[in-house]
Design a protein around this ligand. Structure first.
Ligand code: SP5
Ligand code: ZN
Length: 361
């Protein structure tokens, strides 16, 4: 499978507040390096990301939010802060009025444009986030231009129409106008929007299999019917992002019925999870999507240090196989997964499950 990778993510490793302790973030550069090493070791071809089209980015994020991300580190330094990571200090609580009042200082803005303190902004955050989103856009463009007629995979060739973007930082928690959950730009949304804007598909299925709910992807497409968003994840009643991902969130306005959430209890195994995955496919089937974007998190793995699901290695092969039978042109984007020894191998296992028929020949 064609891999898209930008190594500019390397310089971004921010601080996070985890259970009251300030630590170097679980989202480390080694995560993406391991995925890159595992995929290239298996002989998958890599292309560099092309420049991120600004018009795509502005369809999924607000312009003032993008300007904030670009300027945040400069403002932090200009205002005399010495700390090596920029964190918010306060957020607008429910009963505060004037939701659109934007503070002028950087500490105020950090609260206005974020959802939590599990990540922060450092000097190279924008560069890394832009490279990750560019990788997602490039992977989607590549899939849109692959040979084959119609929107389905080309039955004359064994090669599935698919590409994999090694995105870091991840993206699915990034909302239209807020960062958090290690995410700044929503890579999956950029991929979906690229497929739509290139007129390759008129509706895209975004399937989110990360351990956490993709509140950002849901937020961006919540009132649109050109993207179907389905997510299986740990119940937000007890897991990040806490305020989004409940089963009664189904979309609104034109988007009503185009969002599906499956919250699952701690310790969920692949057997149980995959039954709910089938229900997501049944749900999506009648919506006539022309392409699929998979938000691929590997933090469902049994040894993941931040999660509780109990996926085993072979489960990733079953997942890959099942994704292939959806028979849609597919863009994979990397989301979470924090067990460094397994993340690369588990990505490879998904991809090889997906490509099984060509790999067994
Ligand atoms: C993309 C993605 O997977 N983002 C996840 C963001 C979750 N951040 C909060 C994690 C808190 C982990 N606490 C683990 C304690 C282990 N001792
Ligand atoms: Zn996650």
């Amino acid at each position: 499978m064609l891999i898209v990778y930008g190594k500019e993510h390397d310089a971004h490793h921010c601080l996070e507040l985890d259970c009251g302790e300030l630590i170097r973030s679980w989202d480390s550069p080694e995560r993406a390096q391991n995925v890159f090493n595992s995929l290239t070791r298996e002989g998958h071809a890599v292309v560099a990301a092309q420049a991120l089209p600004h018009e795509i980015l502005l369809k999924v994020h607000d312009a003032d939010y993008i300007a904030f991300l670009q300027d945040a580190w400069k403002l932090w330094v200009e205002e005399g802060h010495k700390a090596s990571a920029a964190f918010a200090l306060a957020w607008r609580a429910r009963s505060w009025n004037r939701p659109d009042r934007v503070p002028t200082c950087i500490t105020g803005k950090l609260g206005y444009y974020s959802i939590g303190v599990d990540c922060s902004i450092i000097e190279h955050t924008w560069t890394a986030a832009e490279a990750a989103a560019a990788s997602a856009a490039t992977a989607a463009s590549v899939v849109a231009k692959m040979k084959g007629h119609g929107s389905r995979s080309d039955t004359h060739s064994k090669l599935p129409r698919a590409a994999f973007a090694i995105c870091r930082p991840p993206g699915h928690h990034a909302m239209r106008n807020a960062f958090g959950g290690y995410c700044y730009l929503n890579n999956a949304a950029v991929a979906a929007q690229t497929l739509l804007s290139s007129a390759f598909a008129s509706r895209v299925f975004v399937l989110d299999v990360d351990y956490h709910h993709g509140n950002g992807t849901q937020d961006i497409f919540y009132s649109r019917s050109d993207v179907c968003y389905a997510s299986l994840h740990a119940d937000p009643a007890t897991e990040f992002p806490y305020f989004s991902g409940y089963a009664d969130e189904i979309g609104e306005g034109d988007g009503q019925g185009y969002t599906r959430n499956v919250p699952l209890p701690p310790g969920t195994t692949f057997d149980v999870w995959s039954e709910h995955l089938e229900s997501c496919f049944d749900w999506a089937k009648e919506k006539n999507c022309g392409a699929m974007v998979v938000s691929l998190g590997l933090d469902t793995y049994i040894r993941d240090p931040v999660s509780t699901f109990k996926f085993e290695k072979q489960d990733y092969s079953a997942l890959g196989k099942r994704l292939r039978t959806v028979d849609l042109p597919t863009v994979f984007v990397l989301e979470g997964g924090y067990d460094l020894p397994s993340i690369g191998e588990n990505v490879v296992t998904v991809i090889h499950g997906f490509e099984e028929d060509i790999r067994c020949k």
